[in-house]
Write a protein that binds this ligand. Sequence first.
Ligand SMILES: NC(=O)c1ccc[n+]([C@@H]2O[C@H](COP(=O)([O-])OP(=O)(O)OC[C@H]3O[C@@H](n4cnc5c(N)ncnc54)[C@H](O)[C@@H]3O)[C@@H](O)[C@H]2O)c1
Ligand SMILES: O=c1ccn([C@@H]2O[C@H](COP(=O)(O)OP(=O)(O)O[C@H]3O[C@H](CO)[C@@H](O)[C@H](O)[C@H]3O)[C@@H](O)[C@H]2O)c(=O)[nH]1
Length: 439
Amino acid sequence: MNITVAGTGYVGLVTGVCFAEAGYTVTCFDTDTEKINTLSAGISTIYEPGLEEMLVQNMDAKRLRFTVSPAEAYSGADFIFIAVGTPEREDGSANLDFVESVAREIAEHARGKTVVAVKSTVPVGTNRKLAGFFNPRSGISIVSNPEFLREGSGIADTFQAERIVIGTDDKAAGDKLAGIYRRFGVPILRTGLKSAEMIKYASNAFLAAKISLVNEIANFCEVTGADIEEVALGMGMDSRIGSQFLRAGIGYGGSCFPKDTKALVKLGEEWGCDFSILKSVIEVNSRQKQKLVNAAIGIAGSFKGKRAAVLGLSFKPFTDDIREAPALEVIRQLLDEGADISVYDPAAMGKMREIYGDQLYYAETPEEAVKGADFAFVLTEWPEITAFPLEKYRLFMRQPVLLDGRNCYSAEAAEKAGLTYVSIGRKAVLAEAVAAATK
Ligand SMILES: NC(=O)c1ccc[n+]([C@@H]2O[C@H](COP(=O)([O-])OP(=O)(O)OC[C@H]3O[C@@H](n4cnc5c(N)ncnc54)[C@H](O)[C@@H]3O)[C@@H](O)[C@H]2O)c1
Ligand SMILES: O=c1ccn([C@@H]2O[C@H](COP(=O)(O)OP(=O)(O)O[C@H]3O[C@H](CO)[C@@H](O)[C@H](O)[C@H]3O)[C@@H](O)[C@H]2O)c(=O)[nH]1
């Protein structure tokens, strides 16, 4: 059974390595020669816990290889998983150029009966359109197989997926794909092609909405004196609500929620449907990302001649991905305000350096980052950061103002440690500071 994965990004690489781990023979194909050379040397091109070890083991066992040749990748494949990017276009819609280019290459090179499974997140109707790239007599069939893994827990999410969605109008192709997933022993949901495409967008829209709702409630808690941590705990005990995705903070980032919510709004427009809730979800998230800098301005008046430390650059812990990370917005605002900035992250410094180069100081430890700073922003709840003791902020900072975008610390402990502490949804000081900044 030969499996090919097109695209070796966060989804493609995890998928390829996990299928090899499950015992299949896997070829991973990418157009990026540098990536393929690095992977062929047994080095993971992304930070994903446990991935590099699994990659090396499967390469050694001759179950996993990498190539830049579409002929080699597609001609002998029984299954081809498309896992290339579908990034946001300027108008918010999903850019399908990469997916279409893969479909064209498959049409050129695939021989015999091949099931093409589309893991990339694509708007409803795309898979049917892609089927039009293949000659009806070619034996190629298309299945929508959206991916639900989270970065930072990609391997566990693959082997212990809560569901595999297989959407197709071609029952035999769906049966074949279900067959290769059987080894994973996870629930499989069979649907029509369009429903599978919609399940993906609807799931991300729902999760993003949950976060924006809880953030809006957190903002109201600040005004009223309630504490969002207690409120979320109480809400989450209701099994109809569920305790996950109720963490208030600086807002959601990443390569999926921001782009997929916008793509769904755009898709709605194309079909004459107004996604008004989703538009508010996006708006609330965008305001949330500016909240802490506004609060800091409310406290400091100005950032001129001031030093800010940013702890946590990736959009969530256990990944090096900074796509749409709140840190990008905070750093942009701080640079506009004229602050000196030092940053720290256990995995994402390289990616940040690619964007900001010498405009930032890249510290090797949280301690080094906060030394001499007037403000410290905690933006990602990496264990290295949440374990950083409150006393050290007071000890090393010039003015100990801690702005905690992930509610990592106890407000009481922070105050006891002598810090001016601003968090999300817990202290009236933030609402007052924001009001002062926006007067
Ligand atoms: N990142 C996630 O956690 C996640 C989770 C679920 C679904 N998704 C969806 O999966 C898709 C991939 O996301 P990602 O984050 O892995 O993307 P990515 O940007 O990390 O990787 C995409 C890869 O595709 C390669 N590529 C581009 N054109 C190609 C071609 N013609 N042939 C072969 N390779 C090509 C690129 O070089 C790159 O390595 C997107 O649609 C995304 O929305 C992502
Ligand atoms: O209670 C919460 C939960 C998450 N977040 C933020 O939301 C973003 C996304 O987090 P998460 O969903 O854990 O990571 P992703 O890797 O972006 O995964 C999401 O996006 C993927 C791509 O579509 C989907 O496959 C996953 O199912 C979906 O969870 C991050 O910035 C988190 O900090 C919060 O602010 N509060």
